[in-house]
Design a protein around this ligand. Structure first.
Ligand SMILES: Cc1cc2nc3c(=O)[nH]c(=O)nc-3n(C[C@H](O)[C@H](O)[C@H](O)COP(=O)(O)OP(=O)(O)OC[C@H]3O[C@@H](n4cnc5c(N)ncnc54)[C@H](O)[C@@H]3O)c2cc1C
Length: 394
């Protein structure tokens, strides 16, 4: 029987959580192995060039943003940045709308010019008085009333989650701003930028900066763990899978992506629909709220990456049930799933040498900056704990 290799930290998952933790721990002098069942690093933030040479995000578009100088400083060691203001539109009733909802949307709604005063009066008349919104329907109708909610939110949410907004926690729709002014930026974080050479290049630099790191790609934890003798496990995969789904499976929504590439001539013919030469659509992301349209959004990531290339690739996103062979993309934020997750969390709290971090490890929709912060904190905690113990390997 082959002997197992000794290592301080065994890390499952080569996404932001796993690789950031590995970089910090190896810099502190520990040895780490990072494994991933996928054949590449980067987790869901992985990007690559398609056959036409367009830089794409195969697991859905990833718009980096943060309000944390600490996260920007940390990640800036591994990448330069391409600043970007992420733009989204909505397409329904045969036309594009300014989105998130703002004064421009209201003018499009009225079909004439207006002002903040009239917009505010409209909202005051329409909104449903609910002091403490309890779900995603209430959070929106309490701000804009039924008409805008039924146009832009209700069908989109039903399609995306296959659940009514009433069944989803207020945070799901509540994270989308409603603005009185003409600010149509999708996000308002102080730092909004894409890694200048892409996410995969950023991850490669993290790996290159991790002196005592071994990477094993295309291997599953269940099989790989027997080959390693480790002091501590950092698990960034699904927490319920770690416990063999003993309380039942935590549900996810999955996605199917359809990519379409267009030549320079096709793009020229598309003006003025795209409004911008060399692009297929007028903004990086267009939402399709109507239920009759089977996809939720089209993304032309070239708007955000700033890649200078004649051709373009757009991606249509089709929400799907999650099941065997499908990627667990979005944890489903309902009260029932929170309750189920807290049962797994109680098991996790009893572990002495296992940490669960990241989006799947904590069953929560975290953004990239948030999981980076979580990994930095965990690595700091583990460094303090294991640096004070003389024997690092068991
Ligand atoms: C469609 C979509 C769009 C998103 N858009 C944005 C955005 O615009 N901005 C933003 O900030 N965030 C966005 N996110 C969130 C972002 O993807 C996450 O915050 C981040 O990637 C989480 O990193 P992670 O390392 O925790 O998890 P992941 O990236 O999911 O990495 C976990 C890794 O663990 C591996 N793994 C799991 N189980 C096992 C096992 N048993 N054995 C071996 N390996 C295993 C997986 O293969 C995976 O590679 C988006 C997410 C999705 C799904």
């Amino acid at each position: 029987m082959a002997t197992s290799q000794k290592v301080d930290f065994f890390i499952v998952g080569a996404g932001f959580s796993g690789l950031v933790a590995a970089e910090r721990l190896t810099q502190a002098g520990f040895s780490c192995v990072v494994i991933d069942k996928r054949e590449h690093i980067g987790g869901n933030a992985y990007d690559c060039y398609d056959e036409a040479g367009v830089l794409i995000h195969p697991y859905g578009p990833h718009y980096f943003r943060t309000n944390s100088a600490r996260i920007v400083d940390y990640l800036s060691q591994f990448t330069e940045w391409h600043p970007v203001s992420y733009q989204v539109k909505s397409f329904t009733q045969d036309r594009y709308w300014s989105f998130p909802i703002n004064l421009n949307t209201f003018e499009e709604w009225l079909g004439r010019e207006s002002n903040e005063l009239e917009w505010q009066d409209y909202l005051d008349a329409q909104k449903v008085p609910i002091e403490h919104p309890q779900n995603s329907e209430e959070v929106i109708i309490s701000q804009v009333g039924w008409d805008l909610y039924r146009t832009f939110f209700e069908p989109y949410t039903l399609k995306q989650w296959k659940r009514h907004p009433r069944e989803l926690q207020a945070s799901v729709c509540g994270r989308i701003p409603i603005r009185l002014n003409r600010d149509d930026r999708y996000l308002t974080d102080t730092f909004q930028a894409m890694p200048a050479k892409g996410y995969t290049a950023l991850f490669e630099n993290i790996v290159a900066h991790s002196p005592n790191l071994q990477l094993r790609l295309g291997v599953d934890y269940a099989e790989e763990k027997q080959h390693w003798d480790y002091r501590h496990l950092i698990f960034t995969g699904p927490i319920d899978a770690y416990y063999d789904h003993c309380y039942g499976s935590l549900p996810y929504r999955s996605l199917r992506f359809e990519h379409e590439t267009y030549s320079g001539e096709e793009l020229a013919a598309r003006l003025p629909i795209s409004e911008k030469a060399g692009y297929w659509q007028p903004a990086m992301q267009v939402n399709y709220p109507d239920l009759e349209v089977p996809f939720t959004r089209t993304v032309e990531i070239k708007h955000a990456t700033g890649q200078q290339i004649d051709v373009t690739t757009i991606v249509r996103e089709f929400p799907e049930d999650w099941g065997p062979g499908k990627e667990p993309f979005y944890p489903v934020p309902t009260d029932a799933t929170s309750e189920l997750y807290s049962r797994y969390k109680r098991l996790a709290e009893q572990e002495t040498n296992v940490s669960f971090i990241g989006r799947l490890g904590t069953y929560r929709y975290y953004n990239m900056d948030q999981v980076t912060g979580m990994a930095l904190n965990e690595a700091e905690k583990l460094t303090q704990r294991y640096q004070s113990t003389p024997e690092l390997s068991p």
